[in-house]
Design a protein around this ligand. Structure first.
Ligand code: ADP
Ligand code: MG
Length: 337
């Protein structure tokens, strides 16, 4: 059941368009299921062995950072909260998470785990928790409680826990690109759910075309095309994972200050930056922050962004000239660039 739901989610918020009219070598194309979502790889000049190696390495990363895997470093850190520090190979990712938490003033916060666990959105146990339940665990949330020391990580408060769900897929896409590079690949596309990594350009020297999904449409409906090369891109949307109760929709991006789904009038945020992990973290942060503050945050990182609100208005952060092509009759309008 979960698998089905997740495959429906995969769908790519962003879709790398198939190449047409290109005489260059046929790429190897592989699809797998990892990190609760779909992993697709298209490697030009690569082979199946490389794709399988990348999948295996991403599964290894998942085994280290997943909250659903008891033996993961992240689960160990959470169990040891308030007691001890745990040695982990994922220090850099936790460090980057803490940095984005600081720069976003807590809008992005990987210590949001006690809250995301209560809601369980995206799992079979999804439900709307009571106000009391939320208030009881809210004091456990706070990135200041993350301790990093001598290759070890920990949490100062007992009961606190980590959730890398908002950065892990971007980190996985970075990992894939680094492994392609080791094999001297110069052109490839990897997507892990809504996080896409692009290596170089298409073999015909053109930019890759990435479809920006219609937040109100089905998975294969796009409102715009992004022309990109040698970069990463990630989307966070409220339409991805949600539950409904009494006619109210509760999505999976939490405002760590309230413990409830973020209410910023946005329906999706797409971030473009060299680092896939940063794109992933920043798209979640921006969804919580809203356009004005989100734009400031993206400026700090030299990242570009596309914010879409519930009235189908599109707002840009950074210069998207020659990158963003709105589809005619999309029903959306760019109101701020
Ligand atoms: P997706 O998982 O659909 O790619 P995101 O990258 O936006 O979407 O990450 C959302 C996930 O991150 C949630 O499912 C939850 O596990 C976690 N999360 C939710 N809100 C926050 C937040 N404010 N900061 C950090 N992580 C969050
Ligand atoms: Mg994210």
């Amino acid at each position: 059941m979960t698998k089905l739901i997740n495959i429906a989610i995969f769908i790519a918020v962003l879709t790398a368009f198939a190449l047409t009219g290109c005489k260059a070598q046929q790429p190897v194309e592989v699809t797998d299921y990892v990190m609760g979502t779909v992993l697709t790889q298209r490697i030009y000049g690569g082979n199946r062995e490389l794709a399988d190696h990348v999948t295996a390495q991403i599964r290894l990363l998942e085994s280290q950072i997943s909250t659903n895997i008891e033996s993961s470093d992240i689960s160990k850190i959470s169990r040891a909260a308030g007691k001890s520090l745990i040695e982990t190979s994922q220090i850099e990712l936790i460090e980057l998470s803490k940095e984005v938490s600081e720069k976003s003033h807590g809008a992005f916060d990987i210590t949001v785990a006690p809250i995301t666990k209560l809601w369980g959105i995206g799992t079979e146990n999804a439900r709307v928790p009571s106000k009391q339940e939320i208030e009881a665990v809210l004091p456990l949330v706070g990135y200041e409680n993350i301790v990093l020391k001598d290759g070890k990580a920990g949490l100062t408060k007992q009961g606190a826990a980590l959730d890398l769900g908002a950065i892990g897929k971007g980190a996985a896409s970075d990992l894939a690109l680094s492994l392609y590079k080791e094999k001297d690949i110069t052109s490839a596309v990897v997507s892990v759910g809504g996080s896409i990594g692009l290596m170089g350009r298409r073999p015909d020297e053109k930019s890759f075309k990435i479809g920006l999904r219609d937040p109100f449409g089905s998975a294969n409906q796009h409102i715009a095309v992004l022309l990109l090369e040698d970069i990463s891109v990630s989307t966070s949307g409220s339409y991805e994972k949600y539950i409904e109760k009494n006619g109210i929709r509760y999505h999976h991006i939490i405002d760590p200050f309230t413990g409830y789904p973020a209410q910023s009038d946005l329906v999706s945020v797409t971030v473009i930056h060299k680092s896939g992990a940063l794109c992933d973290a920043l798209s979640t942060a921006c969804f919580v922050l809203g356009y004005e503050k989100g734009k400031e945050l993206l400026n700090e990182y030299g990242a570009k962004g596309i914010f879409i609100d519930k009235d189908k208005n599109i707002y840009f952060a950074g210069n998207l000239d020659n990158i963003f092509e709105l589809k005619q009759d999309s029903g959306y309008r760019v109101v701020s660039r």
